[in-house]
Write a protein of this length. Structure first.
Length: 286
């Protein structure tokens, strides 16, 4: 088992390096093409290999990028099988923390207790779990979410706020358990698409007749999470929120798994001390 995990990790790192090399090559070709179209001097770092890049441009298909794939290939098999999600909470979770599990269909909840983080991740990996969610709370208020995609990452850290229970929302009786349709609103920047990809693969592919909708709406770099059901009344559609609802704000993305901690490469980190600069949206282009 350990040898297989080590081999898979080496292959994963090799694929990552190859994709990064292709991405940089494609970036150079785009810069060269832009300089030729605008009839200006080539950048100094491209002059030595400009002829080789120009020959490659002749065989490139317009509009098709060699690096058009997702980051690495963590989700290349997503959608073939339903994801297996494990949600871990504290030893005595509050009702608000327990209700977070109702949002993801088929998610299993487990109390962490004093379980070691490395052993917990290894057990999930051996059981075929695709995503591990670690929920944190302070004095009964959920305030943190860590999402670790298995077996190799990435790991995203969110601050969680504004958790509202189903009873407080005033939903319809029991919790809807079917796979929902997903709405990803205003997550159109490169970082927004990355976060949206990580969030949407927590959910299985819905049936066409599913009447449940989960929305991830970006508003000022805060992701509003809403859970609705709808019913058709003739030519009209009635939409009703059933909860729970909360807000997410990403602040760290690492390329490794949760137990690797600071040893994993940082893909993106939010820098709070740039808040004095002019407002710059990170999750959307506008």
């Amino acid at each position: 088992q350990l040898r297989r995990q080590a081999r898979e990790r080496r292959e994963y790192l090799q694929r990552r390096a190859q994709e990064e090399q292709l991405r940089r090559r494609q970036d150079k070709k785009e810069r060269l093409q832009q300089a030729l179209d605008e009839n200006r001097l080539l950048p100094p770092e491209l002059r030595r290999e400009a002829l080789a890049l120009q020959k490659e441009l002749e065989f490139d298909t317009p509009g098709l990028s060699d690096a058009s794939g997702s980051h690495d290939d963590e989700y290349r098999w997503a959608g073939l099988e339903p994801p297996k999600v494990m949600v871990t909470t504290s030893r005595e979770p509050s009702s608000r923390l327990r209700e977070m599990c109702l949002l993801i269909p088929g998610a299993r909840r487990m109390n962490r207790g004093r379980a070691e983080l490395g052993a917990l991740v290894d057990a999930c990996r051996a059981a075929g779990v695709t995503d591990l969610l670690v929920l944190h709370e302070t004095r009964g208020r959920p305030d943190g979410l860590v999402l670790c995609h298995l077996p190799h990452g990435p790991t995203v850290h969110f601050t969680l706020s504004g958790a509202v229970l189903r009873q407080e929302v005033g939903g319809l009786g029991g919790a809807p358990l079917g796979a929902p349709h997903l709405l990803l609103l205003r997550l159109d920047s490169s970082l927004g698409r990355r976060v949206g990809t990580i969030l949407k693969h927590l959910f299985p592919v819905p049936r066409p007749d599913s009447r449940r909708v989960v929305t991830f709406a970006n508003e000022d770099d805060i992701i509003l999470v809403r859970n609705h059901v709808y019913q058709r009344r003739g030519k009209t559609v009635e939409l009703e929120e059933v909860g729970p609802r909360f807000q997410l704000r990403p602040y760290l993305i690492r390329l490794g798994t949760l137990e690797q901690g600071d040893a994993a490469d940082v893909e993106w980190r939010w820098h709070p001390y740039t808040a004095t600069a002019p407002k710059r949206f990170l999750l959307s282009v506008t």
